[in-house]
Design a protein around this ligand. Structure first.
Ligand SMILES: Cc1ncc(COP(=O)(O)O)c(C=O)c1O
Length: 390
């Protein structure tokens, strides 16, 4: 006789990969009236009209087919031009660019394309919630490295070096960073480049927040000398152009890596949606002005939230990119989870406890400022009341 529980069919790895801790806070908040959310990880803007219009027009014209597995050649050409002009780094549209359904897909496929069972992939933490599970699904071993408040949450060459073993295959870097808002300058990247060359490992560089860089220029990792041949660069349209629902992104990598990723992508996804690809072409050709307008708006909110958090006693370094503040709650004596749960129940403000992004995030809170200035101001007032009540 079998045990009849359908759970017996589920793969073992699933029991080791918990659901995203972020969802829990949205579930807790749903049903509470008058909640303000600093929990979301997506732009509060609607996709600019000219991008939506290009998509609508394409549908009217009946453009509803599959595309090349690599993505529309016009889109790959626009991406190639962008990297040539902005980063002085050439990617061949025919063989080094793969258009995919979100950085989420690109990340999963990139890791699967390079990971043999038991390979170690270094994941600096606090980290975006998908990295560790994606490594585990691919049969690899995630190896955490702690990035620290005192280093403004940058990955240092020394910390990376210490985590490398003979089994290390790659490190996943992400700047501007979710959840810390930290970014890396050219010098920081050059120090990382030296270590990855010395130890002959790959870099998966998630640069989806590139356009949301507030001070100075973003340097892409593959533009660092010698790095193009060992980098899988991931970028997309979700954050820069407020296109999260379009599910569109791309991977840039050397030909053998793109070939390997392509074999997974063509079987699991076939191609990214054509309508989204048409929207992405419009975004790259004519979307700069609107995108800059949104970035200026995030920047104003960034100043508001950082000064507000510091004023009420939640120490917060100045994040240089993305749309997250990452204040410390250690001085309150509460854990991140206690703080986030009590703040939600007592003042109806949703934030995400730092430990959701790995144990290194304990003692911190992720506060998204992808919400209106009024909402941020109101959330800060409520947080002040909460701090006074402790
Ligand atoms: C660091 C990071 N990478 C990737 C993603 C997923 O992006 P996409 O919408 O392109 O799948 C997110 C979304 O929040 C993110 O924060």
């Amino acid at each position: 006789m079998h045990n009849n529980n359908p759970e017996r069919f589920v793969a073992d790895v699933m029991t080791r990969v918990p659901p995203s801790g972020i969802r829990k806070y949205f579930d807790l908040a749903s049903g509470i009236e008058g909640v303000i959310s600093l929990g979301v990880g997506e732009p509060d803007f609607v996709t600019p009209w000219h991008i939506r219009e290009a998509c609508i027009h394409s549908l009217e014209k009946g453009k509803t087919s599959y595309t090349s597995n690599y993505g529309l050649i016009q889109l790959r050409e626009e991406i190639s031009k962008l990297y040539t002009h902005k980063h002085n780094t050439y990617y061949d549209p025919a063989s080094e660019i793969l258009v995919m359904s979100g950085v989420s897909e690109a990340l999963d496929v990139a890791i699967r394309a390079i990971t043999n069972p038991g390979d170690e992939i270094i994941v600096p933490q606090p980290a975006y919630v998908a990295y560790v599970p994606s490594v585990m699904f691919a049969g690899g071993t995630p190896v955490p490295v702690v990035t620290q408040f005192k280093n403004k949450f940058k990955l240092t060459a020394e910390d990376l070096k210490r985590a490398i073993t003979p089994r290390t295959k790659a490190v996943i870097i992400n700047y501007p960073n979710n959840p810390t808002g930290a970014t890396m300058g050219r010098e920081d990247l050059e120090a990382i480049a030296e270590v990855v060359s010395e130890h002959d490992i790959m870099v998966i560089s998630d640069e989806v927040y590139e356009c949301l860089t507030y001070n100075g220029e973003h340097a892409c990792f593959s533009s660092i000398e010698g790095m193009k041949d060992r980098t899988i660069l991931l970028n997309g349209f979700s954050k820069a152009y407020a296109m999260t629902g379009f599910r569109l992104a791309y991977a840039l990598a050397p030909l053998p890596i793109i070939n390997a990723m392509m074999r997974i992508h063509q079987y699991c996804m076939l191609c990214a949606p054509i309508t989204a690809q048409i929207g992405a072409i419009e975004a790259l050709r004519n979307g700069n002005e609107e995108m800059q307008r949104m970035v200026r708006d995030y920047d104003r909110r960034r100043h508001l939230i950082i000064s507000g958090l510091n004023k009420i006693g939640l120490e917060c370094y100045e994040p240089k990119g993305a749309f997250y503040a990452f204040p410390s709650v250690r001085d309150t004596g509460l854990t991140s989870e206690e703080f986030a749960e009590r703040l939600l129940y007592e003042q109806k403000v949703v934030t995400i406890p730092g430990n959701v992004f790995g144990p290194a995030g304990e003692g911190f809170l992720r506060c998204s400022y992808a919400t209106s200035k009024d909402q941020i101001a109101e959330a800060l007032e409520r947080m002040e009341c909460f701090m006074e009540s402790l």
